[in-house]
Design a protein around this ligand. Structure first.
Ligand code: AMP
Ligand code: MN
Ligand code: MN
Length: 356
């Protein structure tokens, strides 16, 4: 057993103890949640509802709970809106807007947030929580919890949420499985990315045994768009630029999706999210970047690497976070300046070994 493994085991024990002694558990995932953030959180919310319902727990059950538990689940976006593609997930009734989130939670759990600022308007609640359990898989995680359940080797936060539910002694229901499966397929790109491991497929198999339909989940997540999306995609692809010299000569392709593009077709911010999946195909570029203008006029930047460039380090250097091959940051100013700044960071992190 490695030292890291022993340390993580100790963190799990502390997490279960803190949850078991709580009368109120507050859950939060990162802002503008993706399938991993919201899916993991909703799965755990369902599980806590089951495990924490005092009186319904048979005496022989392994549930750690000693009292009835109130569960609050939210994310720190104002306005508070569930992204359209995630509305099929069961458990919307378990969510409350951030204004109703306790200011000083007894026990708070965060999902898929690499740093406290990713909690948006719920960041002060995290800072004031008596116990803060951080469930995450980003290498860039700042370990901002009192208990840090961070496993970089996990393909998704959903893997950790699955583990947590098991350790709470709760059996996986169909509702929980849908959330966890959404997390798993979102973060592995439907089992396409290199994070896809035997363990990922084993977990997927267990989830599918609850009767959820993978085809229906995929359709909800990726195969639906209003007609106006074609106009937005056309505009974004039409102004894509290739920078062959970027990323140490391995090439970078980038484009923007502006508020004007979205307004022209009556589309919300999330309509811009899938554009990166077209750009990242381009053979001439190891790196793909999409600058998505949000409703406040800031650029929410998505970056992807095919394997050579560490876009995670470049994004962290610019105040963002993420993984080696998929990361992001927030910026403002002219798009060409933002790309220039990103290319400078890429040049630093892509410098040949010993070159710095
Ligand atoms: P996305 O491009 O939004 O799919 O995000 C890719 C990865 O980068 C995810 O792991 C995100 O959590 C992370 N990420 C995206 N935007 C930011 C940001 N502004 N700050 C920190 N991490 C981010
Ligand atoms: Mn996420
Ligand atoms: Mn994730």
């Amino acid at each position: 057993m490695t030292a890291e493994h022993t340390e993580l085991e100790a963190e799990w024990a502390r997490a279960i103890k803190a949850l078991g002694g709580a009368t109120e558990i507050c859950l939060a995932c990162h802002v503008r949640p993706d399938g991993d953030a919201l899916g993991s959180m909703l799965a755990v919310a369902h599980a806590l509802r089951t495990a924490g319902a005092a009186g319904r727990t048979p005496p022989a059950s392994p549930s750690p709970f000693t009292a009835a538990v109130r569960v609050v689940a939210s994310f720190g976006d104002r306005p508070f809106e569930i992204p359209r593609i995630l509305r099929f997930l069961p458990g919307a009734e378990l969510l409350s807007p951030p204004d109703r989130f306790p200011e000083r939670p007894q026990v708070m759990v965060t999902f898929d947030a690499a740093s406290a600022d990713r909690l948006g308007v719920l960041e002060p609640s995290a800072a004031a929580a008596e116990e803060l359990i951080v469930l995450d898989h980003h290498p860039s995680n700042t370990r901002f919890g009192t208990v840090n359940l961070i496993d970089e080797a996990a393909a998704a936060t959903a893997v950790l949420a699955f583990e947590l539910i098991g350790r709470l002694g709760v059996g996986i229901t169909r509702d929980m499985a849908l959330g966890l499966y959404a997390g798993l397929v979102t973060d592995t790109g439907s089992f396409k990315y290199s994070s896809t491991s035997p363990r990922v497929h084993e977990m997927a198999a267990l989830l599918l045994r609850t009767g959820i339909e993978p085809g229906a989940v995929a359709r909800e997540l990726w195969d639906r768009s209003p007609f106006g999306f074609l106009g937005l995609l056309g505009a974004a692809l039409g102004r894509a630029r290739l920078e062959p010299a970027a990323a140490a000569g391995r090439g970078l392709v980038w484009t923007t999706v502006t508020r004007a593009d979205r307004a022209a077709h009556g589309l919300a911010f999330e309509a811009a999210e899938s554009v990166i999946d077209v750009l990242r195909r381009i053979d001439e570029a190891d790196v793909a970047v999409v600058l998505k203008e949000d409703d406040d006029g800031c650029w929410q930047v998505s970056a992807r690497s095919k394997g050579q460039a560490d876009v995670g380090r470049a994004c962290v250097a610019l105040g963002g976070g993420g993984h080696r091959l998929a990361a992001g940051f927030t910026a403002s100013g002219p798009a060409s300046d933002v790309i220039a700044a990103f290319c400078r960071q890429l040049a630093i992190v892509s410098a040949p070994a010993g070159g710095r």
